[in-house]
Design a protein around this ligand. Structure first.
Ligand SMILES: Nc1ncnc2c1ncn2[C@@H]1O[C@H](COP(=O)(O)OP(=O)(O)O)[C@@H](O)[C@H]1O
Ligand SMILES: [Mg+2]
Length: 270
């Protein structure tokens, strides 16, 4: 069994079926991508996995156990870590203090002794934001703030890391470094499940990709398989720059997604 198994999950909001019998998995030591057009149900799946959203039907299995009824804080204690599309750091604290707080909360909740300031600095170094350690979190660029979110999340040493749009706000160099960091974390045994719109990043770092459309998984496979899958190409058709977004997609509750344009698979030829 995989580290994470999403087992035919259904989520209905009134008349809207946001997730429709979605079934997919994510393994330890691998980077798994969850992609799909705006409104496909990706964030709702993350909410179900982390415990913020109760599924209408279906189950979530983690580490061989059915965690469908386990509350959010227990899931995080068991090693499910998550970053959000919106940023959550304490603005008036410095970057280092933010990571320190996350560190101490994680250590406290497990009854461990404090890990030292050195561990915090190693973490800042690892995600590539050591140069910002003394800056207030509300004064750093968006890309850096996103990496700070990741550092805060990593402070709890997750076994499963859920990343929702982690590369938005990162420039090209930062995105490359970020991709390497994900591969590094996977090599350490962390299971990573990532929702991401940057197809170049997805294709470069993922071992496996699941594609959601209208709440259902329409394809699963390696980047090579997904790139050439006819169902996937059809699902993405019409979401490029020059095509208007159909109304059914515009109803997403997610502000950030509405401003984002899905690039065609394989990127635009330049
Ligand atoms: N809290 C909510 N209440 C009602 N509808 C929602 C809610 N959250 C999401 N939805 C709807 O569920 C569908 C999937 O949304 P979401 O999971 O945010 O998609 P994605 O992250 O793939 O863009 C959309 O149609 C969205 O409008
Ligand atoms: Mg989303």
């Amino acid at each position: 069994m995989s580290l994470l198994e999403v087992d035919h999950v259904v989520v209905q909001f009134g008349g809207v079926t946001a997730v429709n019998e979605a079934a997919f998995s994510a393994d330890a030591g691998r980077v798994t991508g969850l992609i799909g057009p705006n409104g496909a149900g990706k964030t709702t799946c993350f909410n179900v996995i982390s415990g913020l959203q109760k599924p209408t039907r279906g189950k979530v299995w983690y580490d061989g156990k059915n965690i469908s009824r386990v509350p959010v804080h227990r899931r995080s204690k068991r090693g499910i870590g998550r970053t959000f599309q919106r940023l959550e750091a304490f603005g008036s604290l410095t970057v280092r203090e933010n990571v320190r707080v996350a560190h101490d909360i994680a250590a406290g909740s497990r009854g461990l002794l404090h890990r030292g300031a050195r561990d915090v600095d190693i973490l800042l170094e690892r995600v590539g934001i050591a140069a910002y350690a003394e800056e207030r979190a509300d004064s750093i660029p968006t890309g850096t703030a996103r990496l700070l979110e990741l550092a805060r999340c990593l402070a709890s040493e997750p076994r499963l890391l859920l990343l929702d749009e982690p590369s938005s706000g990162l420039d090209e160099t930062e995105t490359d470094a970020f991709g390497e960091l994900l591969r590094d974390l996977a090599a350490d045994g962390v299971g990573i499940l990532m929702v991401e719109h940057d197809m170049d990043l997805v294709m470069a770092v993922c071992d496996e990709i699941h594609v959601l459309d209208f709440g259902s998984v329409i394809a699963s496979g390696t980047p090579g398989q997904i790139r050439t899958d006819p169902l996937v190409q059809k699902a993405y058709l019409g979401y490029s720059d020059d095509a208007p977004e159909p109304a059914r997609r515009a109803a997403t509750g997610d502000e950030m997604d509405q401003t984002m344009v899905m690039a065609p698979i394989g990127g635009t030829p330049s």
